[in-house]
Design a protein around this ligand. Structure first.
Ligand code: 13P
Length: 309
């Protein structure tokens, strides 16, 4: 079986426009590890969702081009409202983030009045604004442990909630949302991939179903996967997360081989193109902004996460 090494789609004219516009606009380009190869290649920084929001807040540049999906750009704006946060593909939503509404959370709070809500960053700003704390896949269990309540309302991702439930004594009340590409992965897909690469280490994201965690060697967010590969002596890895991660790992670890288990493809992550990055910098019209009281409320729950993990 061949490793996953999709080549970048080259667009020299767009790359040239970006090179002059990024100086003109005082811009930094941040990309998630699920972005297409050509976007990862032109970015100043590639990272997981937590690292991207930290980078947006820490950068001295006035303009941040966030190559990812909408909740990532919203989180960057929550942390850095004084900067212009551009989304090159403004229609790049996240079905997981959209599946739990503020009304869903309020209904759960009515059913479980003693519980405190922890909301995955893969969520809308309105939901974050109602949460006690946010979390990412990298720190979900630590955040839940630190929340001062024995009962936790968790959403939108059911699989991440179940993953946390295995690692805490807290009573978890979990919303049944999911990331469609991750939720489709099966233990059978992993068994098939292992059959062709029996010497490989298997890493899966906690958004995959529990049967996949049991079939894997490690369950990690995308940042954790990079740390694991760095620490591991293995030369081949089967990766149970979005296919863009294999390109990222291949760039970081040129001597090793990576392939996905099954097919995990996020169409929204693939909407960003170099041409759209150039157009966003040219027009400055795709900035993410929202009402200050909403931002401030969401900021409180993002900062609570930051103080924990
Ligand atoms: P990470 O937080 O591991 O980067 O994952 C982001 C994501 O969107 C998973 O679907």
């Amino acid at each position: 079986m061949e490793p996953d090494t999709a080549p970048p789609r080259v667009d020299p004219a767009a790359i040239e426009r970006i090179a002059s516009l990024r100086r003109e606009r005082d811009a930094v380009i941040l990309a998630h590890s699920y972005q297409p190869p050509e976007i990862q290649d032109l970015a100043d920084f590639v990272g997981d969702s937590l690292e991207l929001s930290r980078a947006a807040a820490a950068t001295p540049h006035r303009t941040v081009v966030l190559c990812g999906v909408r909740f990532m750009a919203e989180t960057a704006y929550i942390l850095a409202p004084e900067k212009t946060i551009l989304m090159p593909a403004p229609d790049a939503g996240c079905p997981l983030a959209g599946c739990m509404t503020p009304e869903d959370l309020v209904a759960m709070q009515e059913s479980f009045p003693g519980a405190l809500p922890v909301v995955y960053v893969n969520s809308g700003v309105e939901l974050k604004a109602l949460a006690y704390s946010c979390c990412t896949s990298a720190n979900a269990a630590a955040v839940v442990e630190a929340v001062p309540a024995d009962e936790i309302i968790f959403g939108p991702d059911r699989n991440l909630g179940l993953f946390v439930e295995r690692r805490t004594r807290k009573r978890m009340r979990i919303f049944p949302g999911s990331c469609p590409p991750h939720a489709r992965l099966t233990a059978g897909d992993i068994a098939l991939a292992r059959a062709s690469w029996p010497d490989a280490e298997v890493l899966v994201h906690p958004e995959t179903p529990p049967e996949c965690w049991d079939a894997a060697d490690h369950v990690l967010g995308t940042g954790g996967m990079i740390a694991r590969v760095a620490a591991s002596g293995a030369s081949r890895f089967i990766v149970g997360t979005e296919e863009g991660m294999c390109y990222r790992l291949g760039r970081l670890f040129p001597g090793r081989e990576f392939r996905t288990a099954g097919s995990i493809h996020c169409p929204n992550m693939k909407k960003t193109t170099p041409g759209l990055v150039a157009s966003a910098l040219e027009s400055m019209e795709t900035a993410v902004r929202f009402d200050e009281s909403l931002r401030a409320a969401a900021h409180a729950s993002v900062m609570r996460m930051a103080s924990i993990g």
